[in-house]
Design a protein around this ligand. Structure first.
Ligand code: NAD
Ligand code: MN
Length: 831
């Protein structure tokens, strides 16, 4: 027993444990836990249970149901039945339920915090002060969106049944990030918690009963990934999968859902940079590093796991950091004075040990504090690697443990290059007392969240999610809502496919005209007796003595880096008119042409940093130049499709109007400034995605092409476009418009040829950041599958038609959203 004088001398902390008794009693009364389906506890059909352990002791905590795919079927059926009503429940009613959930989270906050610490091993200080308050905040925030949905998201509807799969590192918080927006937007849910950490989700299920949520709206199915996870991913009656977890599993889910039409959002891994400039306040930096990499034992997707320090202060910072690490306290997670708790499972501990051993083998210097970890349970000490070279395993691979790797840089440009030298793009922090420097660096980093002079801050108002192989989709913010809705017109499935090419003999001409246009946007012309003439493309109405001379052959080429280029293959393909007659030739593009085009698009990335005003000027200029050649472009459409001149003219005019729309949007589709609960703001910037590959639809040779390239370049992307395969001549004529409209070389590249073959090359290309595809169902599936290589974003039509003439379907925010990604930059104020 120490006396007061001893304590006074050493200033050692004594134990300050939170009692586990109420939580353990709660578990004892209920276990073995069942599955939560239709607001009832049901036994797993297999009769099998899994053991959940307390990682701080290694001892059994509870038995939880191990569901099979049959149980998943039952849960999905319950969610489907519930959706019939819940999907039509007024926003205000849904808001009341979400509000009740938030209130009940707060009422049970202590139990939830203790359960989370027991089950996951994270310190009670974190669950009590961070996890659970953020959970409540998320439900409050989304209660608000349920209330406002009809006014703020007009024209959108819920998706239906959503399958949600979450990891073990923030069990209840990840549940909240998934369930709150899903319910707010009118969906019903089947959620699979992580195998090691299901307990708070099961307490959450009880809250669903307490608040009398209609049965089937939220179903919770525990069990193994290979049973429950895969069954959910493959279930034909699930409309969306929302997944948070490793990039590896995310990739397999992308492939498994390819072509199914399931909407997908993926929140994946990271290797986030923590950048320290030499003018930073080093004492704050040290505390920042502690929060960046030792919060939750480093088991944080956005952990600042790569410390990038300006060379001249590196030694000083490392010395300070080691001194601080020596003072960190590791141990019993329920002790309120503990900084670092236990690693979630023996498997995860082994993986950390393996990667740390690799780092040592790779020649990096390892440093750990002198004190020893508890011998019971799964603990790993805070670890710092210096002398790390950027290409090594420990600098590139997500360790997901309390392990920091340090590297140095000299200049801001080097810092950015080093920061972006990763396949991930989840988060970054930038430390400097020079606000100009920090705000200059933030947009240059490819990551969904950038924290300036702070780290690991979260709020429901500020969307969270990745760039690159950290996944796509956002959770939180208004942008996160769109992951749970789709345009109402899509649900009506009433857009009839437009026949192509339209044969011009009277009988089928009538039929085709009747079929093409549900909205009646043109409809004039084609049905009457107007005889469609053949317009030789060389005809310009010029009357002269030489009118009878043969036309000069015009050979459309491909358009790469602002130049007209011949196809690498040396082959051409014929373009046929409506009677099967040859109306021209275009280049037969191949892999090499696509690669050249992608390279050119990359080289033109400076387009993103130009002003929005200049982009809008150029789009207006394109429209102006197209308008000057309206008749010629209309005739070209007629020549390829056999549609009436009036109908073709309407398509050209719609294309001009579309260019005007995006000229208008380019300086108006702007970001937001959020006010999260801190002294400061977050700047939600809409950034371009990068290089977008696109395959244009067949049915509107000009309008389909323009409708894709215009929003993409308006938002600062550069593109590689594959025109309509059947009628490519409108797009190849279009490069002359681009050439005369001050579009910088490489911003728009056009490669003609077989759509699906060229698309495959684009979809597999690691330097393409997104792929838009408007073709067949089979082609859509191949795009989604191939995209998994670098986890590029995709936008495909699954073979469904879209009425490109209609401004609701053919333009607007849906296109702009596909052309952008939101980056949240956190900027705290004050001294
Ligand atoms: P994990 O990918 O192994 O598992 C995540 C979830 O998916 C678990 O519920 C698991 O049971 C399930 N699952 C596994 N294989 C599956 C399959 N084939 N089909 C369907 N479901 C399957 O990841 P983890 O180890 O639980 O979590 C750590 C990872 O999660 C890290 O990479 C981390 O960066 C990432 N993470 C990302 C975010 C984010 O928001 N971006 C947040 C937290 C964690
Ligand atoms: Mn556990």
């Amino acid at each position: 027993m120490k006396n007061v004088m001893d304590i006074f001398k050493t200033m050692e902390y004594g134990p300050a444990p939170e009692s586990a008794t109420p939580a353990l009693a709660w578990i004892q009364e209920r276990q073995p836990f069942g599955l939560f389906i239709n607001n009832q506890w049901v036994k797993p059909s297999s009769g099998e249970y899994l053991e959940s352990i307390n990682p701080a002791t290694g001892k059994l905590l509870a038995k939880i149901a191990s569901a099979s795919s049959a149980d998943v079927d039952t849960a999905v059926a319950a969610a489907r039945a519930a959706f019939e009503t819940w999907g039509k429940t007024p926003g205000h009613v849904r808001a009341r339920y979400l509000y009740a959930i938030a209130r009940h989270i707060q009422k049970h906050s202590r139990l939830l915090a203790v359960l989370e610490s027991l089950d996951n091993g994270k310190p009670i200080r974190e669950t009590r002060d961070i996890d659970i308050p953020l959970v409540a905040r998320h439900f409050y925030y989304h209660a608000g969106w349920a209330q406002l949905m009809s006014g703020e998201l007009p024209g959108y509807e819920p998706l239906g049944v959503v399958g949600q799969i979450i990891p073990w590192n923030f069990p209840l918080l990840m549940l909240a990030w998934k369930i709150a927006p899903a319910l707010a937007m009118g969906n019903t849910v089947v959620l699979k918690p992580a195998r090691y950490t299901s307990l708070t989700a099961l307490k959450f299920a009880e809250i669903m009963q307490e608040i009398d949520l209609p049965p089937g709206v939220v179903n919770i199915v525990t069990g193994e990934a290979s049973q429950v996870g895969e069954a959910l991913v493959r279930h034909p009656d699930v409309n969306k999968i929302a997944f948070t977890g490793s990039t590896e599993v995310g990739r397999s889910i992308r492939r498994a859902t390819a072509g199914s039409g399931k909407k997908l959002s993926l929140e994946l891994g990271g290797k986030s940079p923590f950048i320290v400039f030499d003018d930073a306040d080093l004492d704050s930096v040290v505390e920042g590093v502690v929060d960046a990499i030792w919060f939750n034992q480093g088991q944080v997707c956005c952990a600042g796991s790569r410390l990038l320090v300006q060379e001249d202060i590196a030694d000083q910072l490392i010395t300070k950091l080691r001194a601080r690490m020596e003072k960190l306290r590791i141990g019993e997670p329920l002790d309120k004075a503990v900084d670092i708790g236990a690693i979630v499972s023996p498997g995860q501990l082994k993986e950390i040990q393996r990667l740390v051993a690799t780092g040592v083998e790779e020649g990096a210097h390892i440093w750990q504090p002198s004190w020893a970890c508890p011998t019971e349970g799964y603990f790993f000490p805070p670890t710092l690697f210096t002398n790390v070279s950027p290409a090594t395993t420990i600098a590139q691979v997500e360790i997901f443990g309390p392990v920091l790797v340090a590297m140095t840089f000299r200049t801001p440009a080097e810092a950015v290059a080093l920061a972006n030298n990763t396949r991930y793009g989840l988060a970054a922090s930038v430390w400097s007392e020079n606000i100009n420097l920090a705000l200059d660096i933030a947009p240059k980093i490819k990551a969904g969240t950038v924290w300036i002079n702070c780290t690991n801050m979260f709020d429901a108002s500020s969307g969270f999610g990745g760039y690159r192989e950290s996944g796509f989709g956002r959770e939180g913010g208004k942008e996160g809502l769109y992951e749970y809705v789709r345009p109402s017109w899509e649900m009506q499935k009433s857009v009839p496919p437009r026949e192509f090419p339209v044969a011009i003999d009277t009988a089928s001409s009538n039929g085709a005209d009747g079929a093409h246009d549900g909205q009646g946007a043109t409809g004039e012309g084609a049905g009457d007796e107007e005889k469609t003439e053949e317009f030789p493309i060389s005809s310009n109405g010029y009357q002269s003595a030489f009118a009878s001379l043969p036309p000069i052959d015009r050979t459309p080429k491909m358009f790469i880096k602002g130049k007209q280029v011949r196809p690498d293959s040396g082959y051409s393909r014929d373009v046929y008119g409506p009677h099967g007659q040859v109306v021209g030739q275009v280049g037969e593009g191949n892999r090499k042409d696509i690669r050249n085009a992608v390279e050119a698009a990359h080289a033109a990335s400076g387009w993103a940093t130009g002003t929005t005003f200049s982009k809008s000027q150029i789009l207006y200029y394109i429209a102006e130049n197209l308008s000057a050649r309206e008749a010629e472009f209309a005739r070209r459409i007629v020549q390829q499709t056999g549609r009436s001149l009036a109908d073709a003219t309407a398509e050209v005019q719609a294309s001009i109007s579309r260019l005007f729309s995006y000229a208008a949007w380019s300086d108006k589709y702007e970001g937001d400034v959020h006010r999260p609960p801190l002294r400061g703001v977050t700047l939600a910037m809409k950034e371009p995605i990068g290089v977008i590959g696109m395959a244009a639809p067949d049915d509107y040779p000009l309008l389909g092409f323009v409708s894709l390239i215009a929003p993409a370049i308006a938002m600062g992307n550069t593109v590689v476009a594959i025109p309509s395969e059947k009628a490519p001549l409108s797009a190849t004529d279009f490069y002359q418009i681009l050439e005369t409209s001050d579009v910088p070389p490489g911003v728009v590249n056009i490669v003609t040829g077989e759509r699906d073959t060229l698309t495959q090359v684009l979809a597999e290309h690691d330097d393409v950041d997104a792929m838009w595809y408007f073709g067949s169902a089979e082609g859509s599936k191949r795009v989604e599958f191939a995209s998994a290589g670098n986890m590029k974003r995709t936008w495909v039509n699954y073979g469904h038609p879209r009425n490109w003439l209609d401004t609701v379907q053919g333009e607007g925010e849906e296109f702009l959203r596909e052309a952008t990604q939101v980056k949240n930059i956190w900027v705290p104020y004050g001294e």
